[in-house]
Design a binder for this molecule. Structure first.
Ligand SMILES: Nc1ncnc2c1ncn2[C@@H]1O[C@H](COP(=O)(O)OP(=O)(O)OP(=O)(O)O)[C@@H](O)[C@H]1O
Ligand SMILES: [Mg+2]
Length: 297
């Protein structure tokens, strides 16, 4: 089971005091590698006996890790806090199947209170290296070792901004629903990653390519953002429209490398369509179109 699945199973069994202790550990995460019971007493205002009892439960759920010096929050504990909060806000009621697991994120289908399907994306940047670091370290030093928390929250914030700006400008992208910590909740696209589509799934590849470039142009001109990771892996096709996803690395047109980044996005897409479908559009023309220097393709 993945860390988020463990969290979703356990989240329903958490008591208010479990949450208080988890939040206490979260607060100190970037300051301490491992937090002693004494410090937790101050933060949570609970007595040592209660804290130990709660830590025992949290340890059994896999939300904290114990060392000789104390306890630290691990990523499934952070998942639990995010899920707990989204459940309390009445936004989700259950977690479904995993729909994407990569280096930087885990994506799941979720069910809303109203019974509708949505998607939750948990950021996991640095998952491997941070785990290795944690195993090597022992005692609490206020340095960069637990930065994974902030880095992942920042990525989720950035994705939120990207989604909201792109959608408001008319880009075909999932609808942002909510964010909590490192988790982004958005509408589900009923489509297949472009890279997974077979040739016969796409009736008119040239039309599809044009629609992708049109979205790139809308994002650039109206939302004033460049996706920055545009490729066949970040486009979903629903049989009709291309959906642009995955925005945490977006840049504004006044970014010092904006030109190169936009050029790379356009190049990736043109290259893919040429390789897979033999569809060719001149790169210079496509770029001028994306930047609004040309009215049509
Ligand atoms: N709103 C959505 N609706 C449907 N599927 C989605 C949605 N968002 C993400 N996915 C699925 O999850 C996969 C990963 O999502 P995304 O590209 O946003 O994350 P990522 O950070 O690129 O993950 P990875 O590290 O695997 O590259 C997508 O390729 C897609 O299959
Ligand atoms: Mg992606």
């Amino acid at each position: 089971m993945s860390s988020a699945q463990i969290a979703s199973k356990a989240v329903k069994q958490l008591d208010p005091e479990d949450i208080i202790v988890l939040k206490g550990l979260e607060k100190t995460l970037t300051r301490f590698e491992s937090i002693p019971i004494e410090a937790l007493k101050r933060i949570t205002k609970l007595d040592a006996g209660k804290i130990e009892f709660r830590l025992g439960r949290l340890n059994a759920f896999g939300f904290v890790m114990k060392s000789q010096f104390g306890y630290t929050l691990v990523s499934s504990g952070l998942d639990a806090l995010a899920l707990h909060s989204l459940v309390r806000r009445g936004l989700i009621s259950g977690m479904g199947r995993s729909i994407g697991m990569g280096k930087e994120s885990d994506v799941y289908e979720v069910i809303s209170d109203a019974g509708e399907k949505a998607v939750i994306k948990f950021y996991r940047i640095g998952r491997i290296s941070f785990r290795a670091t944690r195993l090597k370290r022992s005692y609490s030093k206020p340095d960069a070792h637990n930065q994974w928390l902030e880095i992942n929250i920042e990525a989720a914030r950035k994705e939120e901004e990207g989604l909201v700006r792109a959608l408001a400008a008319g880009v075909t992208t999932p609808k942002f629903i909510a964010r909590d910590r490192h988790a982004v909740l958005m509408s589900e696209v009923e489509g297949l990653m472009l890279h997974r589509c077979r040739k016969e799934d796409i009736e008119n590849p040239r039309e599809l390519l044009k629609k992708i470039l049109e979205n790139t142009r809308t994002a650039y001109l109206k939302a004033k953002i460049i996706n920055g990771d545009l490729s066949e892996y970040n486009i979903l096709f629903d049989g009709e429209k291309p959906w642009i996803i995955d925005w945490p690395q977006y840049v504004n047109p006044d970014h010092p490398n904006a030109s190169e980044i936009l050029e790379r996005d356009v190049e990736n897409i043109l290259g893919y369509f040429e390789r897979k479908f033999g569809e060719k559009i001149d790169q210079r023309k496509a770029l001028e179109y994306a930047k609004g220097e040309k009215k049509s393709l």
